[in-house]
Write a protein that binds this ligand. Structure first.
Ligand code: ATP
Ligand code: MG
Length: 258
């Protein structure tokens, strides 16, 4: 058993949409510093799990705890403030804003000066904005996007937009970062670079990472533990080696995916 603290704990997390149980009694724990993969065929309930963890949906039953506190059913903004951030399967950037501005917007979630304070104490607000910009530039360096800080985010190639989404999520200074298909649409070199970056996010920044990905090379090469969903149910959990050779996983997913 791991000595590290549990960061995220799903206990029989379930959500039903009409007659469909999209996530059915899913149970797993993430320990601090885990690089954890969530995989399974299309429609398995992976993104819905993220939506439960981030408060987009309220679980029909079961529990979701973050750092020991129940978050199931809390408002998304509250959960984000507590330290969970995410990226989206379909990129959601502010296309007209610059690369740097997109990251600064993420950082505003942690912005300490109230809106009222921003008007009445202009100098501290300016200082804070300057420091947010500096932090944002530092993150762009980490994500290898610093040379594009002034470009409109819509003008970035697709792979870089995905990296920018991660930078923006990191700007909220989360404990836990959820990545929904971060390598989708990337070429092999971009995927390799992204693997190194995600590892860095864990090793250097101490984040816990939960990621959804269909590229098995990417997941198996990066994640240390993996949960497999199929039709909303957990069919396996374990190391990449165990998952790769699990007959249930091969039948439900890998047989067709690899
Ligand atoms: N708001 C909703 N209302 C009704 N059904 C939903 C809703 N959200 C998700 N579903 C259904 O839940 C199931 C799981 O969807 P989900 O998006 O979680 O799959 P996924 O594992 O992320 O798949 P993919 O790999 O294609 O992204 C699907 O059948 C989907 O249609
Ligand atoms: Mg999905």
């Amino acid at each position: 058993m791991s000595e590290k603290p549990v960061v995220l704990s799903l206990d029989k997390a379930t959500i039903q949409f009409g007659g469909l149980i999209a996530v059915n009694s899913v149970t797993f724990d993430l320990y601090k510093g885990d690089l954890f993969g969530l995989i399974g065929p299309n429609g398995a309930g992976k993104t819905t799990c993220f939506n439960l963890i981030t408060g987009v949906y309220k679980p029909t039953s079961g529990s979701i705890k973050f750092n020991g506190k129940e978050v199931g059913g809390l408002a998304p903004a509250k959960i984000a403030e507590m330290g969970i951030c995410r990226t989206f399967q379909n990129i959601r950037l502010f296309p007209a804003l610059s690369v740097l501005e997109n990251v600064v917007v993420g950082a505003y979630l942690r912005h300490k000066t109230s809106v009222y304070g921003a008007y009445t104490y202009l100098p501290p607000a300016i200082n804070e904005t300057e420091s947010l910009k500096k932090d944002a530039m530092d993150l762009l360096e980490v994500m290898d996007l610093a040379d594009m800080a002034g470009s409109r985010s819509a003008d970035l190639p697709y792979g870089k937009q995905r990296r920018l989404e991660i930078a923006r999520a990191m700007a909220t200074k989360p404990d836990l970062i959820l990545l929904d298909e971060p390598a989708a649409g990337m070429n092999p070199q971009e995927k390799e670079d992204l693997q190194a970056t995600v590892r860095r996010i864990r090793d250097e920044f101490g984040k816990t990472v939960l990621l959804i990905e269909h590229d098995m090379r990417f997941v198996m090469g990066l994640c240390e533990r993996i949960v497999v969903l199929d039709h909303g149910e957990e069919i396996a959990q374990g190391s990449p080696e165990a998952i790769r050779s699990d007959p249930k996983v091969i039948e439900a997913y890998l047989g067709e995916a690899v």
